[in-house]
Design a protein around this ligand. Structure first.
Ligand SMILES: N[C@@H](CCC[C@H](N)C(=O)O)C(=O)O
Length: 330
């Protein structure tokens, strides 16, 4: 079975093109495969944040379909960093630079963009649909249908939270630097992703955001189904939307925002349609780290003793980009 190790801003995945398999995986196999290969201790070559399953799309209007399986085996409706890497994979498989990718709730536009730096291939992805409703978020906060910059005393006596689905669920708080790097994010996010918590019973991605300058933010995220990651594309997009709504207002629409994260940097734009709905553009690297071959049966058993791992050489270029370009943005 062939896999492709990829990352977007350091948020890493294995792409599995199921159209290349003799027989598609069962749902149980796909879940188990993610749990086995993603494990950071016993998984495939250091594990990953998730698996991106690629299959044929539902009609000719899309070039392919992406499903997102978190490291714990749970499925998510969207993956912003992941869809950029899937877009590059489908672009190279089909020799197209602008097309749509089917995701759980929408067919999303993707396109090749100019490289950020030598060896840093860049794609732009549409992040949509966006909803603030408690139902779309799977959120239960007494008497709250929409949460925008409000306190949740059960979580914190001081922080103000906003909740937005893009369409996966995100809870966001704007904080100072000490809080950004402190323990509070892990404490709150672990609770909201624990079994039986009454606020987000299906879990939620939680991000703390520091405003560094006008149209420049730093986003740190604890992801549902994964834990702390280097970056979360949908979180950076959702945080950009809340930055515009809470700090710049409508003048911030269509403006390019630099979003820094522990794994690197992306650019975002926030758009508003005539009907008032929002969508975001997420622009960032789509790095191919290595091509991988492993027997499916061995992977499902967690046996990675016989793996072919061929580095592409792109990771060195990415690390240079982070050292030279990203560090200068901080
Ligand atoms: N890292 C992804 C989000 C992956 C899914 C998320 N953990 C969830 O469960 O909603 C991204 O780049 O958006």
């Amino acid at each position: 079975m062939k896999l492709l190790k990829v990352h977007g801003s350091g948020n890493d995945f294995f792409i599995l093109d199921q159209s290349k398999l003799e027989k598609p995986l069962s749902e149980a196999e796909l879940k188990l495969l993610a749990q086995k290969i993603c494990d950071r201790k016993s998984g495939l070559h250091g594990g990953s944040d998730g698996v991106l399953s690629v299959t044929a799309g539902h009609n000719d209007a899309v070039v392919g379909k992406m499903r997102v399986i978190n490291a714990d085996g749970s499925e998510a409706s969207m993956c912003g960093n992941g869809i950029r890497t899937v877009a590059r994979y489908l672009s190279e498989q089909n020799n197209q630079n602008a097309f749509k990718v089917e995701t759980m709730q929408a067919d999303l536009e993707v396109k090749r963009e100019p490289d950020f730096a030598p060896g840093i291939t860049v794609f732009e992805a549409e992040i949509s649909p966006v909803s603030f409703t408690a139902k779309a978020l799977g959120m239960h906060v007494a008497g709250t249908e929409k949460l925008v910059n409000e306190s949740i005393p059960e979580l914190s006596a001081t922080l103000k939270f906003s909740a937005v689905a893009v369409p996966n669920p995100h809870l966001i708080a704007f904080v100072d630097h000490a809080t950004l790097i402190g323990e509070e994010l892990g404490r709150i996010a672990s609770y909201l992703n624990s079994k039986g918590n009454p606020i987000f019973p299906d879990g939620v991605n939680v991000s703390f955001v520091e405003v560094l300058a006008k149209n420049k933010i730093f986003v740190r995220t604890y992801e549902r189904g994964v834990g702390f990651t280097n970056a979360c594309g949908t979180a950076m997009s959702a945080s950009s939307l809340m930055y515009v709504l809470l700090f710049t207002g409508k003048s911030g629409l269509e403006e390019k925002i630099t979003v820094l994260n522990p794994g690197g940097m992306v650019k975002t734009k926030v758009h508003q349609r005539a009907d008032g709905s929002y969508w975001m553009s997420l622009i960032g690297n789509a790095t191919f780290v290595a091509t991988v071959e492993v027997e499916l049966s061995a992977a499902l058993a967690g046996d990675f003793s016989q793996v072919s791992w061929q580095e592409t050489g792109e990771q060195k270029a990415y690390e240079h980009f982070v050292r030279s370009v990203v560090k200068n943005e901080l």
